[in-house]
Design a protein around this ligand. Structure first.
Ligand SMILES: *Cc1c(COP(=O)(O)O)cnc(C)c1O
Length: 395
């Protein structure tokens, strides 16, 4: 009967409450602030702005909503182009299409797995020749690692095109000592259930442009004009964050640093045990940056390792362990099959290579050391078994 009891599931990245959230949620209940505004929303905005060093922040219902608002504030409209990282979750690009604009996808480079400045430069050169510069560039910091911000900002500034930093996965990360999410005209964070801190669902738009953020609040509350009757001169959205969920966020923010340390420790443990295996290469950390290591990601060269990513995924899945392939690049998505794509070089598409060989291992800050060791042991024994098999064939 033992056998029939299923093993406890190990998730890729599950919510990790600290207990501190309840105090703020309780306050919301006792004061009856059960609305998409209130003291927790105001305080959460101020605390995030303070934490990352931005002038202000606007709490919204999701990271996707924050990207949508940023594009709207930059005047992205029907027929416009927006450059966007290809190796990312589709939420980075969907709001471009909500605005009726056209995403153009930019490849990754090998040192950060994020937007390739080389590919971006070529995309800009072409766009300039065609007289159709993009209205914005969306740069993603994948799995917590900052993109090459200096190089990317230089190119964007050269063409005077604003950058939106999709820092949904990189809250708590640093680039040259400065907080991830504060490099563009707008920065975006997500508090979805699987992110490094969560409000179950939520997001944040940050900027130093206080006027623009005032407009963001206006657009996020159905664009209500200042009149006692409900009057509207433009179309808005219902994008504000609930005061209850903002309470959860305040409690989570208090432990963000601990969450970053825990995820970095998990990465380190995987790295120490698995980087010695043939064909295993971990996602790098660029010099002068600190990644929150939201997810531990690595690539596996099947020829050297003797196992493929899909072999490992099915072996881990059979043990009730949730691992995932690296994001499927957006330029390969059926829905974007007609969109333009700029690869890192003429014959090298880094995002495609990372997709073909990449795997994300469970990285939740609430995993026990035994959980991590269990995963390491399954991977090690799979690889060693295959190496032995190869060895036997050779003799
Ligand atoms: C999670 C995520 C988003 C979207 O955030 P939501 O809060 O889920 O809408 C956007 N971009 C990236 C890179 C993400 O990982």
């Amino acid at each position: 009967m033992e056998q029939a009891i299923s093993k406890k599931r190990i998730y890729l990245s599950s919510p990790h409450m600290s207990g501190k959230e309840l105090k703020y949620v309780h306050e919301a209940f006792t004061t009856n602030w059960i609305a998409p505004l209130g003291p927790n929303v105001d305080a959460f905005e101020a605390e995030i702005a303070q934490y990352v060093g931005a002038s202000e922040a606007v709490a919204v219902s999701s990271g996707t909503a924050a990207i949508h608002l940023a594009l709207s504030l930059l005047g992205v409209d029907k027929g416009d182009r927006v450059f966007c990282s290809s190796l990312t979750f589709i939420a980075s690009a969907n709001p471009i299409v909500y605005q009726g604009a056209e995403p153009v996808f930019i490849d990754s480079e090998p040192e950060t797995w994020n937007m390739s400045p080389e590919a971006l430069q070529r995309a800009f050169q072409d766009a300039a020749l065609e007289g159709a510069l993009p209205k914005a560039v969306i740069v993603v910091n994948l799995y917590g690692q900052s993109a090459k911000m200096d190089e990317i900002m230089d190119i964007c500034n050269q063409y005077d095109v604003p950058m939106i930093e999709d820092a949904a996965e990189s809250l708590g990360s640093l680039y040259k000592g400065r907080a991830s999410g504060t490099f563009g005209k707008f920065g975006v964070f997500s508090f979805n259930g699987n992110k490094i801190i969560t409000t179950s669902g939520g997001g944040m738009l940050v900027s130093d442009d206080v006027e623009a953020l005032k407009k963001a609040r206006f657009l996020a509350t159905q664009a209500r004009d200042a009149a006692p009757h409900y009057q509207h001169s433009q179309i808005g959205y219902n994008y504000r964050l609930s005061n209850i969920l903002a309470g959860v966020g305040r409690g989570q923010l208090e432990v963000l640093e601990e969450r970053v340390s825990a995820r970095r420790a998990i990465f380190k443990r995987y790295y120490e045990e698995l980087s010695v295996l043939p064909g295993f290469t971990f996602m790098p950390e660029l010099r002068e940056t600190l990644s929150n290591r939201w997810l531990t990601a690595l690539t596996i060269d099947e020829d050297e390792a003797g196992v493929s990513v899909s072999d490992l995924l099915s072996i881990l899945s059979a043990e009730n362990i949730e691992a995932r392939p690296v994001w499927k690049p957006l330029h390969l998505q059926p829905v974007f099959k007609n969109n333009k794509y700029y690869s890192h070089s003429d014959h090298l598409s880094i995002s495609e290579e990372l997709f073909n060989r990449g795997i994300c291992l469970p990285s939740g800050s609430n995993m026990s050391e035994e959980d991590v060791d269990t995963i390491i042991n399954h991977i090690k024994s799979t690889v060693l078994m295959n190496q032995e098999k190869v060895g036997l064939i050779n003799t």
